[in-house]
Design a protein around this ligand. Structure first.
Ligand code: AMP
Ligand code: GLY
Length: 425
């Protein structure tokens, strides 16, 4: 089979790495990819959101299955376009991807189908939004409706801060049309966990649980980022909590979508806050998480392509009966090495040393994120540069090994959190 992976981050390198191990696969392509994906796949110079050219490529190269990493092509309707040409695709269609693409849509779906989530109201007018903020008081959370590259959520400690967020989103239009509407919601307290599931709308198979670390600095300080590291499994998600999340959040959401006439096929990611009143949904994403994927896939024993084909083909029930997914019990930790200055301004084109030494270590995989080849050497090309993943007998062993690997890597300005996995210890 020929597989095309769309995207260029650490998540896509992890997907390419896992897919290329499948016995079903002859050739893997990655569009546009990075210096890491180039080692296991053929990088193709097409942007992840250039759907017309991706369709053209998939048709010309007779791609059997296209696997989509990032959210933008999903919400633009890449799955619908591929299906028009009868091209195999592992991705929810545009209507289903609104679970991530529109916070108003997903919150209203949750309300209608009794999926536990923070209390909220949605607004199309700043004055009404601000009046509601006055009413509920601080802390509260302001969310731009549309996609905002992970920056559209403001957890406001004061009423003033919340009002400023509304003004920036709805009047200054800092996220463009994503700010036509806002959601204002109650601020939840607790530990966060990420629950990703495969679904073809009729059947659901969960992946292993994980926990992301969103803030840039140790001890969850500093601004939010795309994610600075993750580990799997997340021990806070006990079997009982896991059951509850599946029953009250995952099944209700997928069944609710089906009742609305939307068949969800692909990965559904539930970001959950474990509150004193039980698990509540923070958000849904229509894709694999990044960096969660880099901590989850090294633990997956099964052939991921078989599972993806079953999902895309609507045969997940049969796949589950045949055994479903199987996991290595050993935990995995991944640590993101980011460019100096990230998530603000940062330099690009900085040479990276020590990649081979780190990658040669046992039970370590160095996933590339923002990297590219430049005259034979690997240089930085993004904010999150690398994601080093390591497995071990327990979380402590996985952590120690991963940080030993990180210690072998160097580039000017490199920053990383030193406390990934601490919550699990
Ligand atoms: P989201 O993109 O909706 O997951 O929001 C990004 C981050 O903002 C989450 O991972 C949480 O850390 C935080 N967040 C979102 N909604 C809430 C909420 N209602 N209460 C507290 N924190 C929240
Ligand atoms: N790690 C959070 C996300 O992928 O949205």
């Amino acid at each position: 089979m020929r597989i095309l992976v769309v995207g260029s981050g650490g998540r896509e390198h992890a997907l390419v790495w896992k897919i290329s191990q499948s016995k079903l696969v002859d050739r893997v392509f990655c569009a546009p990819g990075n210096a890491g994906t180039a080692a296991q796949a053929e990088n193709i110079d097409i942007r992840a959101d250039d759907i017309a050219r991706l369709v053209e490529f998939a048709r010309a190269e007779k791609i059997d299955l296209t696997v989509v990493g990032p959210e933008v092509p999903l919400t633009l309707g890449i799955a619908d376009e591929f299906q028009k040409y009868r091209l195999g695709i592992f991705a929810p269609n545009k209507a289903a991807a609104a679970m991530e693409g529109s916070k108003v849509f997903s919150k209203e779906l949750m309300r209608k189908y009794k999926v536990p989530t923070a209390d909220f109201e949605a607004f199309g007018e700043p004055a009404a939004a601000c009046a509601y903020i006055e009413k509920i008081g601080a802390p509260c959370v302001v969310k731009a409706d549309g996609l905002a590259a992970g920056k559209g959520v403001i957890v406001a400690k004061t009423v003033d801060e919340a009002r400023t967020a509304v003004r920036q989103i709805m009047q200054d239009r800092v996220f463009g049309a994503a700010g036509n509407r806002v959601v204002i919601e109650e601020c939840l307290q607790g530990q966060e966990a990420s629950i990703l599931v495969l679904t073809d709308s009729k059947e659901v198979i969960p992946l292993a649980s994980s926990q992301d670390h969103k803030r840039i600095f140790d001890n969850d300080l500093g601004p939010n980022t795309g994610g600075m590291g993750a580990y799997s499994p997340a021990p806070v998600v006990t079997p009982a909590i896991f059951e509850e999340i599946m029953k009250k959040i995952v099944y209700r959401a997928i069944d609710g979508l089906a009742k609305e006439g939307i068949a969800y096929r692909g990965i559904l990611y539930a970001g959950v806050m474990l509150t004193r009143d039980g698990p509540k949904t923070l958000e849904f994403n229509a894709r694999f998480g990044d960096p969660e994927t880099e901590a989850i896939l090294p633990r997956l024993r099964s052939d991921i392509v078989e599972a993806m084909l079953a999902t895309a083909g609507g045969n997940l029930g049969k796949y589950k009966k045949a055994g479903g997914l199987s996991w290595h019990p050993r935990p995995c930790i991944c640590v993101v090495c980011a460019a100096g200055g990230y998530p603000g301004e940062y330099k690009k084109g900085v040479p990276i040393q020590g990649l081979d030494e780190a990658a040669a270590m046992q039970d370590i995989v160095v996933f590339h994120a923002g990297t590219k080849r430049d005259n034979g050497s690997v240089v930085t090309s993004g904010g999150r540069v690398l994601c080093v993943a390591g497995c071990g007998a327990d979380i402590r062993a996985a952590r120690d090994r991963t940080y030993r690997a990180v210690g072998k890597i160097h580039f000017e300005g490199m920053q990383y959190r030193t406390d990934i996995g601490r919550h699990a210890l």
